[in-house]
Write a protein that binds this ligand. Structure first.
Ligand code: ZN
Length: 410
């Protein structure tokens, strides 16, 4: 994949001048699985496997860090944010960067992913520790897949040391998810705790003990519903109900922590909103903030001229990770991409190409804004897969505009 500004200089062996790997050099031709088949539904497991990177070797050895543990790791800064559970593909073309990364990740198989702050002029103090789980060096190019494992924050006062180019060394403190408990849990007699649980991630399960809960709540000064609203299952139920207007319910996780991260990966948020979620310490705080964001209606617009590109309800998943995933082009640039079924105000540039396609079986064509010619993303089309057409919008090319804010008394 490429945008129209790809730099074609200093390309490694096996790449064409436009930055793409020629079809015969691609280890995993994207069309092979589908040739001759008529209108198959696209398998949404495929994009998360990042087959366009070719066959990579498994790597093991990541050790989970304890809560509050301070560690020094190599770090990479991209414009993307990856929350725990989601994957990031990387392609490194520079020999010195490859050597440096390999040297610094040899024992721990981990690095820190940093993201820009609100103004994009500095580093945000929170990040994630990424586990490298597949890697391969081919023709002097390092292909790598990493999975976000644990949240962390930069230890104040410690230097962000530049190793080379975009590679750094940082000292971070690991942040674990605290155990979720009911706000009234500590007031319950311990002999009853095991028998009548006030805590559940399932709304239905929660109501099973409703009667006992009401007896218990009668000792508190505020009405019972005030305490109910601070239960994790209440927040989950509200969020899932709201999300079901945009997504199929079977795609939405039913674990509170997973749901809180899935939301960020799937709902169209502004960069500063995602940073606010990144800072939240518990899943309850995260879900409450997300519920607030969910009630703000949004529009996808050109980042350069504000032209409307897509509606919020045009967003749909083409990947198991959700509507928003990270993909890498042969030049090593990571694109956070949102898939939409319909788009408007764009022109197509050049002819369709299947080379390095992030969606096996689909060809891509560059999309530019009709008003200002800024790069927006790619149109994907297939002759034998369903859907036959969709659009991958590059997060760097669009802005999320909030058009209506509903007052939510949470
Ligand atoms: Zn524009």
């Amino acid at each position: 994949m490429s945008d129209s500004d790809d730099n074609a200089n200093n390309l490694p062996d096996g790449q064409m001048e436009n930055g793409h790997v020629p079809m015969e050099a691609q280890p995993s031709p994207s069309n092979e699985r589908y040739s001759g088949q008529a209108s198959d539904q696209f398998d949404i497991d495929l994009p998360t496997s990042h087959r366009y990177l070719g066959k990579l070797d498994n790597v093991t050895g990541y050790a989970f860090y304890d809560d509050g543990e301070v560690t020094t790791l190599a770090a990479i800064q991209t414009n993307t944010l990856v929350f725990p559970g989601f994957t990031l593909p990387l392609v490194l073309n520079n020999d010195l960067e490859i050597n440096m990364l390999q040297r610094h990740t040899l024992k721990k198989n981990a690095f820190v992913l940093l993201t820009p702050n609100k103004t994009f002029k500095g580093v945000f103090p929170y990040g994630v520790i990424m586990e490298i789980f597949e890697t391969h060096l081919r023709n002097d190019v390092l292909y790598l897949k990493a999975r976000s494992r644990q949240r962390c924050r930069l230890v104040p006062g410690k230097e962000i040391k530049t190793l080379i180019g975009e590679l750094y060394q940082v000292t971070v403190e690991v942040l674990l998810e605290p155990t979720i408990t009911s706000p009234i849990n500590c007031t319950q007699l311990s002999s009853l705790k095991a028998r009548r649980s006030f805590q559940s991630s399932e709304y239905r399960e929660f109501y099973k003990y409703r009667k006992y809960r009401q007896y218990h709540l009668s000792q508190f000064p505020l009405p019972g519903w005030v305490y109910d609203k601070h239960e994790i299952c209440f927040l989950m139920d509200q969020l899932i109900q709201g999300l079901s207007n945009y997504y199929l319910i079977e795609f939405i996780p039913d674990d509170p922590v997973q749901l809180s991260y899935w939301f960020v990966q799937n709902f169209q948020l502004r960069h500063e909103e995602r940073l606010r979620i990144m800072v939240t310490r518990t899943a309850i705080e995260r879900l409450r903030l997300e519920l607030k964001f969910l009630n703000m209606k949004r529009l996808i617009c050109c980042a350069n001229c504000d032209a409307e590109i897509a509606q919020q309800n045009n967003v749909f998943p083409m990947s198991k990770d959700g509507v928003q995933s990270n993909y890498c082009n042969p030049g090593g640039y990571v694109y956070e991409t949102v898939t939409v079924s319909k788009a408007t105000n764009f022109n197509l540039i050049g002819s369709p190409s299947a080379q390095f396609s992030w969606f096996p079986g689909y060809s891509w064509t560059i999309m530019q804004c009709r008003m200002c010619s800024a790069h927006l993303g790619w149109k994907f089309s297939s002759v034998n897969l369903k859907p036959d057409t969709f659009y991958g919008l590059a997060k760097s090319g669009f802005d999320v505009k909030i058009i209506y804010e509903e007052n939510e008394a949470l």
